[in-house]
Design a protein around this ligand. Structure first.
Ligand SMILES: [Ca+2]
Length: 239
């Protein structure tokens, strides 16, 4: 967006030069090229959605009307947007009233829930980024999203693309989650190409029953997977 703004600013500044200094069609060519560039950047601009499980009002995925969780209708909107480019979904990093993890909760019981990345049906090159640490909603009654640089994170039970047919779900970035697994799911199960898992904190509780932390599913089929700056990173295996 910044590049887009800069392009617009430069174009506006260029356009303010006296017309008498611009000889005819030749002078209009740079402006035409800048317009094409601006249009191109706009078409490739990432779509942004927001999630805060504490929100109780109308849900559209916008900043002012965030989704409570990633429902099937939310995934429909995400997949539609992925068809045209990349998508970033911000999950609130902390509670509005205290600097503590914001619990991703899809059933209202106060316990963290999982995110099923196999809901990505779009198979294009758009990057789907789930970001649980860069922004938070500072008001539960009138959503207002602000940048965040602290240690709290969206707390989820697991993130998974594991599926019985080993179908790939690719071009996915997972940034800044606190994964607290309590059941038979892996903490983060990767199945696809071009994944980045970064700045996540992963742990199992005593009730968890399935293996390691981040895991790649079907190693022979998974390429360009990066896992970095995990704390703690219990283990990473190929299965
Ligand atoms: Ca829950």
């Amino acid at each position: 967006m910044l590049r887009n703004d800069l392009t617009t600013t430069r174009a506006a500044a260029f356009d303010q030069r006296p017309r008498s200094f611009l000889p005819g069609k030749t002078a209009r060519l740079p402006w035409f090229c800048l317009s094409l560039l601006a249009a191109s950047l706009s078409l490739r601009a990432a779509t942004t959605f927001y999630v805060d499980s504490d929100w109780t009002g109308t849900q559209s995925g916008s900043a002012s009307q965030p989704w409570k969780y990633l429902s099937s209708s939310a995934w429909s909107a995400i997949n539609s947007s992925l068809a045209g480019g990349s998508v970033t979904v911000y999950l609130s990093a902390r509670d509005a009233s205290s600097d503590s993890d914001d619990v991703y909760d899809n059933n209202g019981d106060g316990a963290q829930d999982g995110i099923d990345l196999s809901m990505r049906s779009d198979t294009g090159s758009g990057i789907l980024t789930l970001d649980g640490n860069s922004k938070y909603n500072s008001s539960d009654s009138s959503p207002n999203w602000v940048s965040y640089s602290g240690h709290s994170k969206s707390r989820v039970r697991y993130l998974t693309a594991q599926n019985d047919s080993h179908r790939k779900y690719s071009n996915i970035t997972i940034h800044g989650f606190h994964v607290v697994t309590t059941d038979g799911n892996k903490e983060i199960a990767i199945c696809g190409d071009n994944w980045i898992v970064e700045n996540c904190e992963c742990e199992d509780t005593t009730s968890a029953t399935d293996g390691p932390g981040p895991a790649t599913i079907s190693s022979s089929a998974t390429t360009w997977c990066t896992i970095r700056r995990e704390n703690p990173c219990i283990s990473a295996v190929a299965g």
